[in-house]
Design a protein around this ligand. Structure first.
Ligand SMILES: Nc1nc2c(ncn2[C@@H]2O[C@H](COP(=O)(O)OP(=O)(O)OP(=O)(O)O)[C@@H](O)[C@H]2O)c(=O)[nH]1
Ligand SMILES: [Mg+2]
Length: 441
């Protein structure tokens, strides 16, 4: 069994009978690419739920679950420190569990266990691979890499691929060299703001030692080396398929997709297009669930009818970088970027700041009022005023990119009153929770 399967069956056992007393469990998947703001979101969400009196929530014991716990206390302590710090980077899956009891008198109260699963967005970017053979994926990927925005970063890798003889031998040293160049390329592209990078697990590996089939790269043609790459690709895709059908993912009822759209606006048209493709892949998770999971589970008929994802909240994070008037546009822009396939899915779009760092501020520019924000940039001792620019409410056209979005500084979180026991200052978190958990709250 893979470590992931191990984790998954642990979750399943625990969920199936969490001490035998919970009347229902709602599992919410929280996904977003690295740095999208997942940890900040989950920390602020837990603080907000725990601060409520009706219904009252408590952190749930993890029991014998094998899934790593979401380290709420540690992340909150960072935000509550003096000076406040951002939580550290996290990787791989973790689980935050809360319990509550809903008064239904005269009926007995309903006990609810809420589980939030921190799920790397990089893994969702692999979904399109499920329906792509290696040859088609290679052609598509090599074409993307030859586009002008990518070509400079891709130079070394492309030179390697083009330098291979027509029927390159299935030589292990060649395979390793190509895979290492390709991995370095993906890392470089990610640093440049690109998001649609496959295979996603190269950037966000699953826990445990790395299997040999991780070492592949896109390669056109039908020589022995290409055949070896195709075999490894097939093994990779099989793992993606299995993990998605595992209880860890397959039992998600609701989904939160976090995207750092403001940074994509800042990084330019290529990064923006990539973010759009990444969001489409995340939305594709839902299509996958509807088309395949139903048939799969029915065939296996080992479990109850499949649970379908019935609510999806899309959120553009770090919205405290822009003033209120821009945040409406930001939510509209996100709505434009995420058309969810399938029926019966309720969606909503939010401009969100899980950890608000700024206050709105009105600037006067040549006598005209301009709305900006005011906050303390990390490491500086005085607050400053920031105006990154106008957020378009539609995917931007060429004229927008003539005056690109200004820099987005890393702000220091606001001081937390009462160590976070009353929640974390935020923008729109309550609206998002009201949508996501209207039946519980
Ligand atoms: N201004 C502002 N910045 C935020 C907010 N949320 C996150 N950030 C910034 O984004 C960074 C990344 O946030 P995380 O919550 O760690 O993102 P993540 O998705 O968990 O990232 P990984 O753990 O690396 O995958 C933080 O360190 C902050 O600098 C927010 O609400 N407002
Ligand atoms: Mg994180």
């Amino acid at each position: 069994m893979s470590l992931l399967e191990d984790l998954a069956s642990g979750v399943q056992r625990f969920v199936a009978n969490p001490l035998g007393v919970f009347d229902s469990t709602i599992r919410v998947g929280v996904t977003g690419l690295s740095r999208a703001g997942k940890t900040a979101f989950l920390t602020s969400l837990a603080a907000s739920l725990l601060a409520r009196s009706l219904p009252r929530f408590a952190l749930a014991p993890m029991g014998a679950s094998d899934v790593p716990r979401f380290d709420y206390a540690r992340h909150l302590a960072a935000l509550a420190a003096d000076p406040p710090r951002w939580p550290e980077r996290t990787n791989s899956v973790s689980l935050l569990a809360l319990t509550t009891s809903i008064d239904r008198s005269p009926l007995p109260p309903r006990r609810v266990r809420l589980e939030f699963l921190d799920y790397p967005g990089e893994w969702l970017i692999d979904l399109p691979l499920l329906s792509l053979k290696f040859a088609a994926w290679s052609i598509e990927t090599l074409k993307r890499l030859e586009a002008p925005a990518m070509a400079p970063a891709a130079r070394d890798f492309l030179a390697f691929v083009h330098g291979l003889p027509a029927r390159a031998p299935a030589d292990e040293a060649l395979a390793r060299a190509g895979a290492a160049l390709y991995r370095r390329l993906l890392e470089e592209l990610r640093a440049a703001g690109m998001a649609y990078l496959q295979p996603g697990r190269l950037l966000m590996p699953a826990p445990g030692p790395e299997p040999a089939w991780m070492e592949f790269f896109p390669l056109a043609g039908d020589g022995p080396l290409a055949a070896l790459m195709a075999d490894r690709y097939a093994a990779y895709v099989e793992r993606v398929r299995r993990d998605l059908a595992s209880p860890l993912f397959a039992e998600v009822d609701r989904l939160v997709v976090l995207a750092d759209v403001l940074t994509a606006l800042h990084d330019g048209p290529a990064a923006f297009e990539d973010t759009r493709a990444a969001l489409a892949a995340a939305a594709g998770a839902l299509r996958w669930r509807f088309d395949f999971l139903g048939a799969f589970t029915a065939l296996a008929s080992l479990r109850l009818p499949p649970r379908v994802i019935d609510r999806v909240a899309f959120a553009a994070t770090k919205a405290d970088h822009v003033a209120e008037r821009q945040r409406g546009n930001l939510a509209s822009l996100l709505r434009n970027l995420t058309q969810v396939p399938g029926t019966g899915v309720k969606t909503a779009h939010f401009a969100l700041a899980s950890v608000r760092c700024t206050e709105d501020h009105v600037l006067r520019l040549e006598g005209r009022p301009v709305s900006a924000v005011r906050g303390r940039v990390l490491g500086q001792d005085r607050p400053s005023i920031s105006y990154p620019g106008e957020v378009p409410d539609q995917p931007p056209d060429a004229s927008f990119w003539q005056h690109p979005f200004l820099a987005l500084p890393v702000f220091e979180p606001m001081r937390l009153p009462d160590g976070g026991r009353q929640g974390v200052p935020n923008i729109n978190l309550d609206a998002l929770l009201a949508f996501l958990l209207s039946d519980v709250l």
